[in-house]
Each structure stands twice: as structure tokens, then as C-alpha cells.
Ligand binder design. Structure first.
Ligand SMILES: CC(C)(COP(=O)(O)OP(=O)(O)OC[C@H]1O[C@@H](n2cnc3c(N)ncnc32)[C@H](O)[C@@H]1OP(=O)(O)O)[C@@H](O)C(=O)NCCC(=O)NCCS
Length: 249
């Protein structure tokens, strides 16, 4: 298996984003990706009934394994993962690499992996070309302040604002690793400053100061949000790269 001769450094306080456009993955690479999967991943991959989701899963695992192997001298096939009670995966082995923290997200056309050391990280990507009715969906997934904001802005801005809130909220619940056990109306975002700021209700106790959020638009069809827990005052240093796992060029 491929292994970098020298592992990339990843200082604490850095977050590296690795993005793969699924259309850039040639057909010949998919069998090689399948060879990277362990038995549990193989079984899960086989269980997908929807082709798009199945392919996103395969590319996601290939991106995850090849990305982690950039930061440690560990073969792509040697990573073992476990999940917490809410399904959040983490590095179980090699034990010496457990401080590598990651989060993965996939959507139609795009797979993304965020990697850092020690802190909590969450990433969400969404394809914004899909049709949604922001005002109909908002009461099901947003907090009161977000619903009121969506209703107050001009209708032509609602689609973009909806996906801003959606991806940010997902990035936070993913960074916490607790999925939908966190109440979606127990925290909300304010988007009027330089950076998105999170606020919490008593139903979701946490501190806004310990979180850094960033939004990106990696393609014309995709929105990305990143949540990083901060251990110091300084904002994390974030670097983004496009990659096709195992491609030679
Ligand atoms: C499962 C969940 C963590 C993410 O779901 P999602 O947005 O459909 O999927 P994404 O592609 O962004 O993320 C999936 C990846 O997150 C990781 N993941 C799974 N459970 C996780 C958890 N509890 N915490 C963090 N990451 C998790 C996995 O790596 C998974 O990919 P894999 O199965 O291929 O390994 C969860 O947030 C969820 O169920 N969301 C439902 C959607 C919703 O109602 N959102 C409201 C938005 S406001």
C-alpha cells in the first residue's frame, strides 16, 4: 500500500481540509478504494441500496484512510476505527495515533474530510442545488432566532441562508459527536459578524467562546461549514486542498 516517506506535520491549532470531487474519481480507482476497506466497512458498503450513497461512502472511506496516512507512517489499510454511542467514528488503532481527530461529510458530488489534533472538529458539506422550501423546513430543524431571521430576509436570499444555517448546525452537532441527541432548537447562529457565532439555550449547555466556525463555498454547487473547538484564544489555522485519493498526479 502507498505510504508517505515522511508524515506531514500537523501542529495543534491547525485544521486541514481535504476535498474530493466525486466526478474526478476515475472508474479504475474504485476497485482500489474497495481494497482499503476493512471487513466492517466492506459489509456496510455492500448494504447500501442507493448507488450514489454507496459511492459516496466508498470515496469517503478512501479519502479518510489516505488522508490519515499522510500524517502518520501507517498504511491506509492499517487504520481501525470505533464509534461512540452516537455513531461518531474515531481512530482506535494504532493507539499512538488516537490524537488524530477527524470528521467526514459527503453529499452529491463532494466528499470532505477535516483533520486536526486533540480538539473537536466537525464538517458538513451540502449540495445547494437541491430544491428545498426554507420556510417549511426551518421549524423542523432550526431555533426560533434562525426561523425569524429566515422569515425576515427577502425571499431570494432564503435558499442560501437556509444552507448556511443547516451546514453550520450540522458542523456543530458533528463536532460534538452526539448527532441528533442535541436539540436542534437549543443552539443558533448569528451571521452578522466576521465569523458565524453560536449561541446556546439552557437545553444545550455549552460556551460560545470555545468554538470557531467557518463557512466556505468550495464549488458553485456546494456549501461547507467547519466547527473547531478552541483551546487557546487564537483562531485555528485552516488549510484546504483538493485531492483524488490514490491518483498518481
Ligand atoms: C449522522 C449525522 C452525524 C450526519 O449526517 P449527514 O449530514 O447525513 O451526513 P454527513 O455526510 O455530513 O456525515 C456522515 C459522516 O459523519 C460521521 N458521523 C457519523 N455519526 C457521527 C456523529 N454522531 N458525530 C459526528 N460525525 C458522525 C461518519 O464518518 C459519517 O460518514 P461515514 O458513515 O461514511 O463514515 C447527523 O448529524 C444526522 O443524522 N443528521 C441528520 C440530518 C438533519 O436532520 N440535520 C439537521 C440539520 S440542522
Amino acid at each position: 500500500m502507498n505510504m508517505p516517506a515522511v508524515a506531514l506535520p500537523l501542529a495543534s491549532g491547525r485544521v486541514e481540509l481535504w476535498l474530493t470531487a466525486t466526478a474526478a474519481v476515475g472508474a479504475a480507482l474504485r476497485p482500489r478504494y474497495a481494497q482499503l476497506l476493512d471487513a466492517g466497512e466492506q459489509a456496510r458498503w455492500q448494504r447500501f441500496r442507493v448507488d450514489g450513497a454507496r459511492d459516496q461512502y466508498l470515496i469517503g472511506r478512501a479519502l479518510l484512510r489516505t488522508t490519515l496516512s499522510r500524517y502518520a507512517e501507517v498504511a491506509e489499510t492499517d487504520w481501525r476505527f470505533e464509534t461512540n454511542a452516537y455513531g461518531c467514528p474515531f481512530v482506535a488503532s494504532p493507539a499512538a495515533c488516537r490524537d488524530l481527530r477527524f470528521n467526514l461529510s459527503h453529499t452529491d458530488g463532494l466528499v470532505a474530510c477535516a483533520v486536526t489534533r486533540q480538539g473537536e472538529v466537525g464538517i458538513d458539506v451540502e449540495n445547494t442545488k437541491r430544491t428545498v422550501d426554507p420556510l417549511e423546513l426551518a421549524p423542523m430543524v432550526f431555533a426560533a432566532a434562525e426561523i425569524a431571521d429566515l422569515a425576515a430576509i427577502p425571499p431570494e436570499g432564503r435558499h442560501a441562508r437556509f444552507f448556511s444555517y443547516w451546514t453550520l448546525k450540522e458542523s456543530y452537532i458533528k463536532a460534538r459527536g452526539m448527532g441528533l441527541s442535541l436539540p436542534l432548537d437549543g443552539f443558533w447562529f448569528e451571521l452578522d459578524g466576521d465569523r458565524p457565532r453560536i449561541r446556546f439555550a439552557a437545553t444545550c449547555p455549552d460556551r460560545s467562546e470555545r468554538w470557531y466556525f467557518e463557512q466556505r463555498q468550495p464549488t458553485a454547487s456546494h456549501k461547507l461549514a467547519l466547527a473547531v473547538s478552541m483551546h487557546q484564544e487564537a483562531a485555528p489555522a485552516i488549510r484546504q486542498r483538493w485531492v483524488v485519493p490514490l491518483a498518481t498526479s
